[in-house]
Design a protein around this ligand. Structure first.
Ligand code: TF8
Length: 336
């Protein structure tokens, strides 16, 4: 019995020594790896996904692997609305919604839903990258979200399965899916269509089963999500420019060392340049591809103007929601 006890003690002592030895290392500053969890809504063939891949590469390289980025594309973690909520709560670290669903959280973002606010891509970048764009991002802080910049979704075009639409008159009775945003819904009712708000993830099936006749998105997403397979007609309306906002949980950002914060900012900046460049390229290439499989309707200046005129009354509604100051900051910058 005594022998047994001695043996147990000896083993315990050895274990103790062993644990003691290894605890020397444990006392050294821990090399913690910080994981950044990113969820987004589009296919891997999009510039949005490429932008996140670039961000991942840069963050991991600049931090010597002490920060890792894990990307979940294709709505694996939810659609725009769920992802914004998840980032707010900190269940997901980063995401990149279109600004339209973001307006349900912060009405200031309705300002970007003014149809034909921007006339071309150069103007978009100039304004969004200026103090005006910065002030819009700042509004997110009060929702525990840090807006890190503007990526490109693109100029939106109208597609449908019924007829080659050239004028608002032809939209009468057409059921169009809109984003979950009341300004978009209002704009499509003004055009005479029948707007149905719906999450992006449900859209392909809805078009296929003809629950809705129409939708609108930039060329890149129409092609990458294969909407062109179930929508014969594409009218090049370019009625609204959609930006994506890369977002981070604000608390997560604030808890980072200033060195890591800088890595995030620098990486986003570099990834932004790359993401925009790919988005611009895809916009042209995917339009070209669909010209051989679909009927693409180009609009004259006058025809575009007809769409613009019908949608113009939403401006007053945007003012009541986003505030006169935010609206005039943008309309002055774009010359709307
Ligand atoms: C839409 C938007 C979305 C994107 C993305 C899927 O039509 O353009 O496609 O925000 O998250 O809902």
């Amino acid at each position: 019995m005594k022998k047994k006890l001695a043996l147990i003690l000896a083993v315990a002592l050895c274990l103790g020594l062993f644990v003691g030895c290894s605890s020397k290392d444990a006392n050294a500053p821990k090399e913690e790896v910080l994981e950044i969890k990113v969820g987004h809504g589009t296919a891997e063939t999009t510039a949005l996904h490429q932008g996140w891949l670039k961000f991942k590469e840069l963050v991991e390289q600049k931090s010597d692997g002490k920060m890792t980025v894990k990307i979940f594309p294709n709505q694996q973690l939810g659609g725009d609305r769920e992802l914004i909520e998840a980032v707010q709560l900190g269940n997901v670290t980063m995401t990149s919604p279109s600004t339209a669903p973001l307006a349900a959280f912060d009405p200031a973002f309705f300002v970007l839903d003014i149809p034909f606010l921007f006339s071309d891509r150069d103007m978009v970048y100039e304004v969004l990258d200026s103090q005006v764009g910065e002030s819009l991002l700042d509004t997110l802080k009060e929702y525990n979200i840090k807006g890190l910049g503007y990526w490109e979704n693109g100029f939106r075009n109208f597609t449908n399965s019924k007829l080659p639409v050239r004028s608002p008159q032809e939209l009468s009775g057409i059921k169009v899916r809109t984003m979950e945003n009341e300004i978009h819904m209002k704009a499509w009712s003004l055009l005479g269509a029948n707007p149905t708000p719906m999450a992006f993830g449900e859209l392909y099936t809805a078009l296929q089963q003809k629950t809705v006749d129409a939708q609108e998105n930039p060329f890149e997403l129409i092609y990458a999500t294969k909407f062109h397979e179930v929508q014969k007609y594409i009218t090049k309306t370019q009625h609204i420019y959609s930006a994506y906002i890369p977002l981070m949980n604000n608390e997560f950002f604030n808890n980072l060392s200033s060195e890591y914060q800088q890595i995030i900012m620098d990486s986003i900046k570099e990834a932004t340049a790359e993401q925009r460049q790919i988005a611009g390229k895809n916009d042209v290439e995917f339009e070209e591809k669909m010209r051989s499989t679909n009927e693409v309707i180009d609009l004259s200046g006058d025809e575009k103007q007809a769409f613009r005129n019908e949608m113009a009354p939403v401006l007053d509604l945007v003012k009541t929601k986003a505030g006169e100051d935010m609206v005039s900051a943008f309309t002055e910058a774009t010359g709307y």
